[in-house]
Design a protein around this ligand. Structure first.
Ligand code: GCU
Length: 394
């Protein structure tokens, strides 16, 4: 009831422009980003060793404490079962496996359903794309009765990759009243803590449990998994890849606020807006930064940096100003400094590229597609090109 009231008041304030979302570049107030390389001791990190031993762990803790919450690493039991398979799926070009993953802790079990297609007729093990699906389950149909550009499985299979997906609701229902009915049943202490994980933390946790499965499937090269997410799923893909270095690459499509876009830059969605409409996504501590971005001891360029030296592909769509394309590109640019420590030269241009002019080159890739907030077969074609470049160079 209280939440409904807050959302109602907030919507009224928004519509009367008492809380205005800024869409005017000229009205972005000046801001100072926290320095990704400056450790809490004030020492500026200049090499990989100090980054990995000092600054990186500091930043990971900052995100846990202030944004996404803790990431529990232990559980009592892990089991998986192939519930259904079809060796001649997609007219024979793929082997379908539907896998039920059951994870138990404190006598509570969460079941995560994985849909996986492996290309047939090529040498195994193969690299794979894993999608954190935040849209309808029909987008990742195992029977292929529905085809969707959001998860163009045939296109990925034709490129020689396995393609997999799980649905966010299996890990944490995407609703403020029911998000607790999943992974959080296994970790009830998280619900009471200011730095306890919520839905996005639970989705990221589930992506790691799928990775545990990949390590047990001989058809899959678990050292070559591209974790992919769109929008809220793209926030989760970044957080999962930051936490779990087993993911070889990360794709964060149109992830916007508290995804790849900078928060200190006031353009489009704000922390207050996201925490009000989606109070079940982030740790309670994050609410301290509502309308208080300048107090944040971190920003999203530091999240991208946590994934270094592994490649990251970030996108926007031209009509999706809510996700702040410029702020997203700037965040990626800032992360170049950490890739630089690994002597990885980024090919990104100085300012945001033109629409439909993808910069496909690891370690940092970016494009802004013409159109609306979505993930399409055009976007996937670029992700595949980027993965080809990276995996074939190793
Ligand atoms: C809303 C939300 C965004 C989010 C998006 C989505 O627009 O404000 O932060 O990225 O939903 O997940 O599609």
């Amino acid at each position: 009831m209280r939440n409904v009231f807050i959302i109602l008041v907030y919507s009224i304030l928004l519509s009367t422009e008492l809380i205005a979302q800024n869409y005017d570049e000229a009205k972005v107030p000046s801001y100072i980003l926290p320095d990704v390389l400056k450790a809490q001791s004030e020492k500026v990190v200049t090499n990989v060793k100090d980054w990995e031993n000092i600054r990186r762990p500091e930043i990971l803790t900052l995100f846990e404490e202030n944004v996404y919450g803790q990431m529990p690493k232990t559980f009592d039991k892990y089991e998986f079962k192939i519930k259904n398979e079809n060796k001649h799926s997609m007219n024979g070009k793929a082997h379908l496996k539907e896998v039920e993953i059951a994870v138990t802790n404190h006598n509570q079990t969460v079941m995560i359903h994985l849909v996986l297609f492996v290309p047939t007729g090529i040498k195994k093990p193969v690299p794979a794309f894993l999608l954190i699906n935040n849209r309808g389950k029909n987008n990742t149909s195992p029977t292929r009765d529905t085809l969707s550009g959001f998860w163009p499985a045939e296109q990925v299979i034709d490129a020689g990759y396995a393609v997999a997906a799980f649905h966010v609701n299996d890990a944490a229902p995407d609703h403020k009243d029911s998000y607790q009915n999943g992974v959080l049943r296994l970790y009830p202490e998280q619900l009471k803590a200011g730095n306890g994980m919520k839905a996005i933390g639970a989705w990221a946790w589930a992506a790691s449990r799928i990775m545990d499965y990949f390590e047990n499937d001989k058809d899959i090269d678990a050292s070559k998994i591209v974790l992919t997410g769109h929008s809220r799923g793209g926030k989760a893909s970044l957080w999962a890849a930051a936490q779990d270095s087993r993911f070889a690459m990360c794709v964060s499509n149109c992830s916007g606020n508290t995804g790849a876009a900078l928060s200190h830059r006031r353009f489009g969605e704000t922390i207050q807006a996201i925490n009000t409409t989606f109070p079940h996504w982030f740790a309670d501590n994050y609410k301290k930064f509502n309308d208080n971005e300048s107090a944040l001891p971190l920003d999203q360029h530091m999240l991208v940096s946590l994934i270094a030296p592994r490649p990251v592909y970030v996108t926007n769509a031209s009509e999706d100003l809510w996700a702040d394309p410029v702020g997203t590109f700037l965040s990626l640019k800032e992360a170049e400094r950490v890739y630089g420590l690994y002597k990885l030269k980024s090919a990104l241009p100085e300012s945001i590229p033109a629409i439909n002019m993808p910069f496909v080159k690891p370690p940092l890739a970016y494009h802004i597609r013409e159109g609306v907030h979505d993930m399409t077969s055009y976007d996937w074609a670029q992700f595949i090109k980027n993965a080809d470049l990276y995996f074939k160079s190793r």
